[in-house]
Design a binder for this molecule. Structure first.
Ligand code: MSP
Length: 522
């Protein structure tokens, strides 16, 4: 069994922004966590490249849609590489193989009697690529999300008979855990309770899309095609495109991570489409919240968009990952505040976690022949730090499967904080001045180093790079958590107290985390 998870497939109307980076970083942490647990992970990301929005953007740039998509999706691919995102697949919906898969899927849906012709009238938001049931403003209706004017549409389209799936979708969304966090379930329940209406799955006069077989002049509605990208991504490169194969190659996915604005597509339309085609439904759809910046919505017109390239260059991966995963409860909306960002990075990572290791290993090297001090057994399982570590290990392993990054990060921080407190209380720098104190000091330093090792082990899915630097500093082999990772040391076994080997040489300490000194706004 493999563990497949997906980010949304990002629209290529623009470069990546902090919102898409946020989703991708969170998925990366989960992918790494599952690989470390020994799962065979298929982590899918990619780009959604059809539809009116993309067509118009390309036209405005004076490019063919294909040339435009090639450029922007390459930008995404490279950006994720620079962020060291561990995706196994990168799917583009303009891939010719995807078109074949869409055709096969549609044939099944049509054979099942779920396609009909109909007249689509309504207000459409091109930025959302969605018809709006409750347009804002009676005179000149606009999109509540994009604050852009809606466009009136009246055309003959093909419809998917969503109404047939009312009961099955009701049952599905009641299943605990299908929609997460639980707080997001209500809005989907309300939508479904109003009665599911058939939705149009084709457009006429929109050349930038996949043609609907047997229905000249129609191209697929971008969302119908885009969701199927999750299936195409599972096909091995070079193998024949056969829909059925996805069942042996990672479908159903365990997890779709998305923003709350596209929950309806993933929790209602998508499962119904899959039911119609006779395919199983993903296990969980997690809708995270939106990020604002210093209390304001991020937008080009406000000029306050946070550029992920710039953020990466000026702050580094560990810092941004930590802030986003530790400070914002995943699922809730969150606000990016620069001061808080640098305070948290400096306090948590540079001081609490980084300095702890640095000063402890300096003392150990100085007094114990540049090596891990002997552990005379006094740091056994009843040692206060062993108990604190056990609590942290339990909390991290319980929180991460629920995508509760904040609880996991806090538990790790708490362990580091307890170890700092212990060190200050025991004050080995004073104790060492007493004759015969060596045994007790050695045991204390051993316990603190061991707690630091466990901090590093638990950090591996969240901050793989900091984790690796810490482990190297402790004479350990860092964990690999990227695609195809194999580890000589089992990650779970490494979570047991006492793994640090007395007498192991300790390398010369170097700061594991640079302080963030930001002069001027990002
Ligand atoms: N192309 C569709 C998804 C198709 S999936 C088969 C799409 N793309 S998107 O590029 O517009 O959005 C991608 C994701 O970014 C969405 O999950 C959206 O919620 C998220 N975000 C966009 N702005 C955001 C913030 N300001 N904050 C957090 N996430 C945000 O939708």
């Amino acid at each position: 069994m493999s563990y497949s998870l997906t980010t949304p497939l990002y629209y290529v109307n623009d470069r990546a922004h902090l919102g898409s980076t946020y989703t991708t970083l969170a998925c990366d942490a989960i992918a790494r966590f599952q690989r470390l647990r020994g799962e065979e992970v298929i982590f899918i990301t990619g780009c959604d490249e059809h539809g009116q929005k993309i067509q118009r953007t390309a036209e405005a740039a004076g490019l063919t849609p294909q040339a435009h998509c090639d450029g922007v999706s390459e930008g995404y691919r490279q950006l994720w590489q620079r962020w060291q995102i561990s995706n196994d697949r990168f799917i583009r919906t303009t891939d010719p193989r995807h078109r074949q898969l869409v055709e096969q899927f549609f044939a099944r849906v049509e054979a099942n009697g779920d396609v009909r012709e109909g007249r689509q009238q309504g207000w459409y938001c091109v930025a959302c690529e969605e018809f709006k049931d409750d347009p804002h403003g009676a005179q000149d209706p606009e999109c509540a999300i994009h604050r852009k004017p809606l466009e009136w549409r009246d055309e003959l389209n093909l419809f998917f008979r969503l109404s047939r799936y009312q009961e099955q979708i009701e049952t599905l969304i009641r299943q605990p855990g299908f929609i997460a966090p639980a707080s997001r379930r209500r809005e989907v329940e309300n939508f479904v309770a109003q009665g599911l209406r058939d939705f149009s799955i084709s457009r006429v006069d929109l050349p930038w899309g996949i043609p609907v077989p047997g229905h000249g002049g129609h191209t697929f509605y971008v969302w119908f095609d885009a969701l199927l990208g999750y299936l195409t991504a599972l096909l091995e490169p070079g193998e024949p495109v056969e829909l059925e194969r996805v069942l042996q190659q990672g479908w159903p996915a365990q997890l779709h991570v998305i923003g709350k604005d596209i929950l309806r597509f993933h929790a209602v339309y998508w499962p119904a489409m899959l039911l119609s085609a006779g395919l199983p439904i993903p296990e969980r759809v997690f809708g995270h919240g939106f990020l604002t910046r210093e209390g304001q919505k991020m937008g080009k017109s406000l000029g306050n968009v946070l550029d992920p390239e710039l953020l990466l260059e000026r702050c580094g991966r560990d810092a941004v990952r930590w802030y986003l995963l530790r400070d914002i409860p995943f699922g809730d909306d969150g606000d990016f505040q620069q001061q808080r960002f640098s305070d948290l990075v400096n306090n948590d990572l540079a001081n609490t976690i980084g300095n702890l290791l640095n000063r402890t290993s300096s003392m150990a090297r100085k007094w114990f022949a540049e090596a891990v001090p002997p552990d005379p057994g006094s740091s056994g399982a009843s040692h206060p730090l062993a108990l604190a570590a056990q609590t942290a290990v339990g909390a991290v392993n319980a929180a991460l499967p629920l995508l509760d990054f904040r609880t996991a990060a806090e538990a790790i921080l708490q362990l580091a904080g307890t170890a700092n407190g212990y060190l200050n209380e025991r004050a080995p720098w004073k104790a060492m001045k007493q004759p015969g104190a060596e045994g007790a000091v050695g045991a204390d330093l051993y316990a603190v180093l061991e707690a630091s090792r466990l901090v590093a082990v638990l950090l591996a899915p969240l901050l793989p790079e900091l984790s690796a630097r810490m482990l190297v500093q402790l004479g350990q082999v860092p964990f690999a958590s990227g695609p195809g990772a194999t580890n000589p040391v089992d990650w779970q076994a490494a979570q047991a107290w006492g793994g640090l080997q007395p007498g192991l040489p300790l390398p010369l300490p170097e700061p594991v985390m640079q302080r963030l000194e930001l002069d001027g706004p990002l």
